[in-house]
Structures are given as C-alpha cells and as structure tokens.
Design a binder for this molecule. Sequence first.
Ligand code: ADP
Ligand code: MG
Ligand code: MG
Length: 251
Amino acid sequence: MISIKNLHANVEDKNILKGLNLEIKPGEVHAIMGPNGAGKSTLGNVLAGRDGYEVTDGSVTLNGKDILEMEPEERAREGLFLAFQYPVEIPGVSNLEFLKASVDAVRAHQGKPALDSVQFLKLAREKCKAVNLDQSFLKRGVNEGFSGGEKKRNELMQMMLLEPSLCILDETDSGLDIDALQVVAEGVNAMRDANRSFIVVTHYQRLLDYIVPDYVHVLANGRIVKSGGKELALELEEKGYGWLESADNGA
Ligand code: ADP
Ligand code: MG
Ligand code: MG
C-alpha cells in the first residue's frame, strides 16, 4: 500500500523528519503515537503534499507510484486522504457542493462518470445518517460555524464518500467528547476492509480501545523509534515516552 523509506523533511528550513521508515500493507491499521512536536502532523502533511513541507531525502510510494512529485490533488485521486487535525472553513461554498466536487474529481480519475445531483444527494444523506450529522449540514458553508465534533464527523463523512485507499487521521480524538469519539470510531471501523489502510495519529491510548490497530509505532525526534502491537499503546500510557526518547539520543 504505502512504503516510506528514509524520509527526511524540513519545515521552514528546520529538519523535522530525520529518516523515517514505515511500510503499510493493504487492510492494516497503524497507530502513530509520540511526544508533542515529534513530527507526527508533519508526516501527515508531507504525505498529503501540503505547502511548506520540503522533502530533502527518501521516498514514498503509494500503490507502487512515487507520490512525492505529485500535487496534493493528484495524491487524493490516487487514494490518499488526510483528515482531522485542523479542518478548514470554506465560507460561501456549500458543504454538499464541496463534497460533490471532491467525489467527482476522484471518480473522474478512476474513469467513472460523475454522479448526478439527485444520486449524490441521496448518498450524502445516507452518510450524514451514518455519522450522526443532521442533513442541514449539507446546505451550510463548509465547516462554517461547525463545532469541533461536527467538523470531524463532517470530515469522516467526506472520507466515507471518497472511499480512499489510505486514510490518515491526525488526532481524531482531540476535542471530541466520548460520544463523538465513538461515532468517529464506528465510522472508521465500518470502513476497514482488506484493501484500505489507515494511519491513526493519536496522543492517547483511549482512541485505540475503539479503533484497534494492527501495529503501534512511536515517532520521536523525526523517526520511528519503536514499533509493536496494540499492547505497546498500553505500555506507553503507563511509562510515557521518556524512556524511548533517551534511548534514541545520540543514535
Ligand atoms: P506533532 O504533530 O508530533 O506534535 P508536528 O509535526 O506538528 O509535531 O511539529 C513538529 C515540529 O515542527 C515542531 O517543532 C513544530 O513546531 C514544527 N513545525 C510544524 N509545522 C510548522 C510550521 N508550519 N512552521 C514552523 N514550524 C513548524
Ligand atoms: Mg502536536
Ligand atoms: Mg500533531
């Protein structure tokens, strides 16, 4: 699915990712944990191709294709989806129009015809229901005046409509109450299948009670410094990250 080799990246000329390696196979869910400022969001942003992130070494292939030279839109059409940490507001563009445009673009790339408006509305309404969002959200401006939980459920809905092959969720749990967290987790779990992979970035073990990962990695100082199964998250909850960061010093 995705293969990240020796990835080095800078933000504002500061080296943040320092030789990160990660291999994810179809169907797998990988959790990434780690201290604040370790580079977790940077990794998501680099993979998505956001502006301001400069890759200085290494490679990233998605389904065998080098994505580092692709524009963010192309990466999305290749099946990559980055969600959640800071969903943007787009006042004046209705949520429904925005969702349809993003789905049409991906379908066009896959050689599929655009859905007609009636079909799409029906589909969007189904997804609203699935994420427990009132249908009035389809008419509002994208994320305009949405609460934190509503933004996340809206983005989950977008993810469900786009059916990406690699979903990257950055701190899905921050700012969500337990009910909203469960809705998001159920949505993610419903999307899990043999051909879709997830990178779930989280600070807290709690989310991983709901979205049970196949692997847990610790990102510290711009690298993966430890990998394990889901039990690693429990160990981190208990011991923190200090023991790993000091182990990485001077490496
Ligand atoms: P994490 O998500 O693990 O908490 P980030 O990837 O957000 O960490 O940040 C890693 C480092 O990169 C931090 O030191 C942060 O201050 C810096 N950084 C991230 N984005 C920017 C930016 N746009 N401008 C300057 N520094 C940034
Ligand atoms: Mg952070
Ligand atoms: Mg972050």
